[in-house]
Every structure is written in C-alpha cells, then in structure tokens.
Design a protein around this ligand. Structure first.
Ligand SMILES: [Zn+2]
Ligand SMILES: [Zn+2]
Length: 265
C-alpha cells in the first residue's frame, strides 16, 4: 500500500542491508525519500562494534568502507534533489571516546541507540532489564552519553521500559531525569515508529506498545524537551507507512510537536 506523504519532511534514523537485518542500499532509501518529497535524509546504520555479543545484527568492520562509499556516491548523485547526511547508530560505552571521535571524522552525526547496559563488566540487553537498579544504570548511561557531545539525538530513549509493566513513581523519575538532561543539553529525543511496527501487547486488560510509552512522552511534553519523529526504517518502504501515520496520530493526541528537520551544522 502506498500513501501520499504530507506530514514527514525528513528522517534521520535509517538502516540498510549491511547490518544484516535491514534491506536496501543507501541509494534505495535516498530514492524513496526523494519520491516522498523529503527535504533531508540521514542514514544511520548500526555501527560496527567488534566485541559486542550481537555482531550478527550490525555491520562488520570490513563493511564500513562499503557504507562510506555508498554514502559518498549517493551524495554525489542526488545532492541537487535532497540533503543527505552520513550517520551511524551506536551505543555509549565508557572508555571508547577515541572510537566515537574516529567515526565522527567520517560521519556527520551519531545517534545514541543504547541497546545494552554495562554492569559488573558484562553487557545486559535492555530488552531484559526491569529492576530499578538496572533501569537506573540505563538512565545514568544516557545522561553520561549526552554530556559527551558525541550524539546528535537519542534514539528510542524509552526503550528501557520494554520489559517493565508497571511504571512506578521511582521509574517515572528516571524517565524524567533523562528528559530533563536532554532538555538541558538541547538534544532531541526520538519518538520511534519502529516500536509501533512491532505491534501492541495486552497488559492488565489494556493494549499498548512496548515502546513508545505514553507516560514517557507525556513527560517530554511537560518539560518542553526537543523531540523528533523517526521511522527507524529497516526497509525503504518504511520511510512512510502505517506506523508513521500511527506515530503522528499518537503525538497529535498528546499535543506533542516534533521538529520537521534538524540543523546539523
Ligand atoms: Zn536495527
Ligand atoms: Zn535503529
């Protein structure tokens, strides 16, 4: 099914085939974005991270030059039609500053997609955390990451609530601390349409998404923090689909305004 796009002017969270769980080349996404009338597109595939346990869902180090080449070629070919930014999605881990700096030599931006927390020297998937202690580590990691200046926006900041049913006042306070830090650092928080693509779950007789989480975005509204809507596209056709429309409606329902384009300069 195809829709006529009248609501989205950009997308800065875009994957491609090199991460092994998305399809399409950089050019495929750029052509789709032009077709949709976007002003800007930012590619942000999963950055290589050799020691990470989930190597199979991000690009290999050897694939990185291919990514760069595809980006450069697309920029050469389409820059009269659309503004293309070179980016990567990556976690924040301590003692890796040199790596972020190295990537930023080539890239226009990094977006923080924190899929793991570091605890006792081990990595734990954020899909499996639910104790206040672990959720607090996630919060601390995000706040630390935001203070480094490496990250242009925070992808799915509310994903840490994935396995948490009941949002207690203590947990909502963690959410609020993240939001206040983002506001202070002037870093946009991303409302992620890929969470909507994953569908709703039934909890205590109520249907909801695992993320985006309503309570979190109401707090974003309360604090007037900066906010963008991203597709987190893993297929070119996801740049504008039912999930984007649903996300748009979700945001309208809580009167939360998102920025149409980001200034990367
Ligand atoms: Zn992905
Ligand atoms: Zn992503």
């Amino acid at each position: 099914m195809s829709f006529k796009n009248q609501i989205i002017k950009s997308n800065y969270h875009t994957h491609m085939y090199l991460c092994r769980h998305a399809s399409g080349t950089v050019e495929d996404y750029v052509k789709e974005a032009i077709k949709l009338g976007f002003k800007e597109i930012g590619m942000s595939d999963h950055a290589p991270w050799i020691e990470l346990i989930d190597r199979s869902v991000r690009m290999e180090k050897e694939d990185y030059p291919i990514y760069l080449k595809e980006l450069e070629e697309a920029i050469k070919k389409y820059s009269d039609k659309i503004k293309i930014y070179k980016g990567l999605e990556i976690e924040y881990f301590s003692n890796a500053d040199d790596y972020y700096k190295k990537l930023l030599n080539d890239m226009d931006y990094l977006t923080l997609g924190q899929h793991y927390i570091e605890k006792d020297g081990k990595l734990i998937s954020i899909y499996r955390i639910s104790s206040l202690e672990d959720l607090t580590i996630y919060k601390d990691t995000l706040i630390k990451a935001m203070s480094t200046g490496f990250f242009k926006f925070i992808s799915h900041p509310d994903i840490f609530l994935y396995s948490t049913e009941q949002l207690t006042p203590e947990i909502l306070k963690l959410a609020e601390e993240i939001i206040i830090a983002a506001k202070e650092k002037n870093i946009p928080l991303e409302f992620n349409a890929n969470g909507i693509r994953k569908g709703k779950i039934m909890v205590n007789g109520e249907e909801r998404y695992r993320y985006p989480r309503l309570e979190f975005w109401k707090l974003v509204k309360k604090h007037h923090a900066r906010c963008i809507l991203s597709s987190d596209a893993h297929k070119p056709e996801y740049l504008f689909d039912e999930a984007i429309l649903e996300a748009h409606k979700f945001l309208q329902d809580i009167h939360l305004e998102v920025e149409e384009v980001l200034d990367f300069n």
